[in-house]
Design a protein around this ligand. Structure first.
Ligand code: ADP
Ligand code: MG
Length: 348
């Protein structure tokens, strides 16, 4: 690192998105078939009769996962799933992955085999092929970087930037469960630290724990969209919390939106855990992360097609940009959504 006395900027001043912006704003695209580079869930490359989708994610020990309560097999599974989720968010089918790992001296061969058991389980479940990677040692901890490659026809691909006024905003499944699972694991970790003979009390919390430790990507939605003949007008996966993802769609599509608090789907297990922690369940849904559900918009004329789908919840609609991104609370107040996200860079 250079030590000259030029003005330096703390990364925390920019935050994760600010930093990505800064380092990618001058990218020059050399190839006409690079349809989409930085700025969506996956990049899109046009090969004529088909498009390839490419996305990558890096998971770092102590930042994205804690091995005190994360079994390595689960970690391997999740590392694959978070990538596939980005491919599904483009309405595409993931086909291949590469896996790169950096391993510190505390890990044994058996540890890494356990990690790969999870990776192979996800490959089997989502029908993707592991086709390569890289292996390195690391000074501290474990890092896993996975790249997923998917396929789609050009006309089926959904972007973040194509929502339009009056479209209906929808989410799949339910939100906030993974965040409450994390809170529970963190609580038990603290109790264990002060009293190592205590046993964690995790019984009865299977659902939220599973949402945190072994999430699934919404493969089923690609199939459902085909079945009910819908092409979302825009789509993103919910990895950083509903607020942050809504802001991405609205900013990139140059629109505003209005959502309704009472329409946001929250599982009763999530609400119960939030209650125990004295957290508003809504906060977990809006700002918690790692749900890996899909947020998408549909043309209002398709509304009937989703009405009887138990997995799809209409939570609001797209509006003029001037309206901003607002939520109408249960008491009728209009609240401006904030992208608090889950800024991994500021977490530690
Ligand atoms: P997601 O949460 O969907 O995985 P990110 O928020 O990590 O996406 O990234 C946003 C966009 O910025 C993506 O298009 C990603 O490929 C790109 N990006 C992130 N980090 C870098 C980097 N270091 N260099 C170039 N592009 C990056
Ligand atoms: Mg994403």
């Amino acid at each position: 690192m250079s030590t000259n006395k030029q003005k330096t900027t703390d990364i925390s001043e920019l935050g994760e998105f600010g930093l990505i912006n800064r380092i990618t704003k001058d990218i020059r695209i050399n190839h006409k078939n690079t349809l989409k580079g930085v700025g969506d869930d996956a990049a899109v490359i046009d090969y004529g009769n088909t498009c390839a989708l490419v996305t990558t994610d890096l998971l770092v020990e102590g930042i994205h996962f804690n091995l005190i309560y994360t079994p390595l097999k689960h970690l391997g599974y999740k590392a694959v799933v978070v990538n596939l989720s980005d491919v599904y968010a483009m309405n595409a089918t993931p086909k291949q992955i590469t896996v790169s790992i950096a391993i510190s001296a505390k890990f044994t061969v058996e540890h890494i085999e356990e990690l790969y058991e999870g990776i192979y389980l996800a490959c089997e479940h989502y029908k993707v092929d592991l086709i390569g990677g890289d292996t390195s040692s690391s000074l501290t901890g474990l890092a896993i970087s996975i790249t997923a490659i998917g396929e789609a026809k050009k006309e089926n691909i959904t972007y973040r930037s194509t929502a339009k006024k009056n479209d209906i905003l929808c989410v799949t499944g339910n939100l906030g469960a993974a965040y409450m699972g994390l809170q529970l694991l963190e609580r038990e970790k603290e109790i264990f630290k002060t009293n190592p003979t205590s046993r964690p009390s995790l019984e009865g919390y299977d659902y939220i724990l599973q949402r945190q430790l072994k999430p699934e990507a919404r493969k089923d939605m690609m199939e459902l969209f085909k079945e009910i003949n819908i092409k979302p007008t825009s789509m993103i996966d919910i990895s950083d919390g509903l607020s942050s993802e809504i802001m991405h769609i609205c900013k990139d599509s140059n629109v505003g939106c209005k959502i309704f608090q009472d329409k946001i789907p929250i599982d009763e297990n999530t609400a119960q855990m939030a209650d125990e922690f004295n957290i508003e369940p809504l906060i977990a849904a809006l700002n918690g992360g790692e749900d890996y559900e899909l947020l998408f918009t549909i043309d209002i004329k398709d509304l009937d097609k989703i009405k009887d789908q138990p997995m799809i919840h209409a939570i609001g609609h797209i509006a003029d940009k001037e309206l901003g991104t607002v939520m109408i609370s249960n008491s009728g107040q209009s609240i401006e959504l904030k992208a608090q996200g889950w800024n991994q860079m500021n977490k530690q």
